[in-house]
Design a protein around this ligand. Structure first.
Ligand code: FAD
Length: 274
């Protein structure tokens, strides 16, 4: 059975909290290895990740992995978060650079995720299993694709135990990425990040921002369904389940689902895989 993990974001309203609880309850049935919680960049959102992992850990009994992004943060702030997570008994961290929020001038004490990984190792030794981000279709700000691979390798050399990819819909991009970094000497597991398709226009907006390509054949078929949400959901589940099957058959060590705090679309994909 491949390792399954689910990603959530911190809810900010009571309604969103209820939605997260419902999703966590439903997805627990798939016995995930862990669930991760994203880290919103900047100021007041800092504490939400900690609250949310605590809730998922205590209320739902799930193994948790808080995301930690270093952009805009100081060494002292990051150290405090790390110490708190260690004291709470968490064993996993997803370490990221993050993006500088508009209007925030200072990038903080760290420039790249590799520096954050090194800092986590320096401060907490081997306590945490560290995952980092990987970009099979190249990070949108990379100088070029080959240097992006080298920068990915630097995160593993700094002490990361594994990676989760940005989502993608073309399995060849993943296989090529894995082959390329293996040739560079990177041996850690690289788990594909899977984005279930529910709302196509939202997905298109996300994808434009993060540099994920939606193949023309998928876009065309989605567009043909217009506002028919049911048809889009059904097609989305079929396309994403087929992608997952090809990834697992090709040797992917697991699947990490971007749930967007809803269980339905992720379950629809998993139902087709079982
Ligand atoms: P890095 O690995 O530091 O890379 C960033 C860019 O810098 C790349 O283009 C890289 O090629 C380049 N680079 C790296 N090192 C060097 C160097 N030495 N010299 C020159 N260039 C260099 N964002 C959030 O804010 N919160 C989250 O919770 C979150 N979770 C995520 C989870 C996953 C699985 C993924 C894939 C992404 C997530 N992100 C999150 C988004 C991520 O923070 C952004 O994509 C961000 O722009 C890059 O983060 P990184 O950790 O990949 O950065």
């Amino acid at each position: 059975m491949p390792a399954i993990s689910f990603e959530f974001f911190p809810p900010k309203t009571d309604e969103q909290r209820t939605q997260l609880d419902r999703a966590a309850q439903a997805l627990k049935a798939y016995a995930p290895d862990y669930v991760s919680v994203t880290f919103g960049a900047g100021g007041s959102t800092l504490s939400y990740t900690g609250d949310t992992v605590a809730r998922l850990h205590r209320t739902h009994g799930l193994e948790v992995a808080p995301h930690l992004s270093c952009m805009g943060g100081t060494r002292a702030e990051i150290a405090e978060l790390l110490d708190g997570y260690r004291a709470a008994g968490y064993r996993r961290i997803v370490a990221l650079r993050g993006d500088l929020p508009s209007g925030m001038a200072s990038p903080g004490d760290f420039r790249y995720a590799a520096e954050l990984v090194a800092f986590i190792r320096e401060r907490t030794g081997d306590h945490f299993h560290i995952e980092v981000a990987a970009y099979p279709e190249t990070h949108p700000q990379a100088e070029d694709a080959l240097r992006d691979l080298q920068h990915f390798k630097a995160k593993v050399d700094a002490g990361a135990n594994g990676a989760i990819t940005q989502y993608f819909f073309n399995p060849d991009a993943y296989f090529r990425f894995v082959d390329d970094v293996r040739r560079l000497g990177v041996g850690v597991p690289i788990v594909p990040g899977i984005m279930p398709i529910t709302n196509f226009s939202q997905l298109k907006r996300f994808s434009d921002a993060c540099g994920a390509e939606i193949p023309r054949w998928i876009a065309k078929r989605m567009q043909a369904h217009g506002d028919d949400a049911e048809a889009i959901r059904a097609l989305g589940a079929e396309v994403v389940a087929q992608l997952c099957r090809r990834l697992l058959e090709g040797g992917a060590p697991g699947l990490h689902f971007y749930t967007l705090n809803r269980a339905r679309a992720t379950r629809a994909v998993l139902a087709q895989l079982h």
